[in-house]
Design a protein around this ligand. Structure first.
Ligand code: GLU
Length: 281
């Protein structure tokens, strides 16, 4: 319905959910119109995702008191949609055979000191940019030619709004800032058929998400998502990048921090209200 706020929580089943996930899930649920909080399982990385972690996600979220419409979208079921999007982006893409060592070597030649890095690691120096898509082989990744993408869009800059960080102002990057700070983004990883960035954009559009709530650690990736949204002619949602939950030493929680797993709190006798209190909700 027009005026609904549709949000999502999009965990990857690579480990048990911890307090940071609970915070992200509550943040999304609180902002959604009733019945419009969606769950999406981000399981494109078949080596790291496990069915037992997916089952644990459903169980832990239900225990926390959360509910969502069925069926749940699972990225492993969506390869056809990602391939269709890759096809649409093919005129602005190129196959790349560089491995991390090649990229390091190409970057270190003219550079002194630390190598330039962005949200996806080292900034790709463009070695394979001249290769045509007709040359793509199974060992290649597919990259977006960002300079050509900006040119095709006829845009000086891409931008989005955040409800939490400088609300009311645009967060924007020009083409050169994008190239210097992020580089030619990977659209399809070796053996995966997509990348996190492509899949998340295609799925947020398919699920008609209009408010994306997620941790501040993904703030810089949002520029990548907005560029892909524009190229695929999707609407750019509003963003809310929320604070990260940290451990006592101030370190961001990761899935390997089993002591902070929701399950561990539950086994120690905590209630869902205790979890909310711990998260200051
Ligand atoms: N699947 C991502 C994660 O578990 C979240 C992606 C997103 O919210 O865009 O960190």
């Amino acid at each position: 319905m027009a005026g609904d706020t549709v949000t999502r929580f999009a965990p990857s089943p690579t480990g048990l959910l911890h307090l940071g996930h609970a915070y992200a899930a509550f943040a999304a649920e609180r902002k959604a119109t009733p019945g419009k909080f969606l769950l999406r399982i981000e399981d494109i990385d078949r080596d790291r995702c496990k069915p037992e972690f997916e089952a644990a996600i459903y169980e832990d979220l239900h225990w926390l008191g959360l509910d969502w419409p069925l069926p749940v979208m699972r990225q492993s079921d969506r390869m056809a949609a990602y391939h269709a999007a890759l096809d649409r982006l093919a005129p602005l893409s190129y196959p790349c055979r560089c491995r991390r060592g090649d990229i390091r070597a190409a970057l270190s030649a003219p550079q002194e000191g630390s190598l330039p890095a962005g949200p996806d690691g080292l900034i790709y120096p463009g070695t394979c940019r001249h290769r045509p898509m007709s040359d793509a082989g199974p060992d290649d990744v597919i990259r977006l030619d960002v300079a050509r993408a900006f040119e095709a869009l006829g845009l000086e800059r891409i931008s989005f709004r955040d409800r939490e960080i400088m609300p009311g102002h645009d967060h924007a990057l020009t083409r050169d800032e994008f190239l210097d700070g992020i580089g030619d983004v990977i659209l399809s990883r070796r053996g995966m058929g997509t990348s996190y960035h492509l899949a998340v954009v295609v799925d947020d559009a398919a699920q008609q998400i209009n408010l994306i709530t997620r941790g501040k650690d993904l703030f810089d990736s949002t520029y990548i998502h907005v560029l892909i949204q524009k190229l695929l002619q999707y609407r750019t949602p509003v963003y809310h990048h929320h604070r990260l939950i940290r451990d006592d030493a101030g370190k961001r929680l990761a899935k390997r921090d089993d002591a902070r797993a929701i399950r561990a709190f539950r086994q120690d006798g905590a209630t869902p209200d205790d979890i909310r209190r711990l998260l200051a909700l």
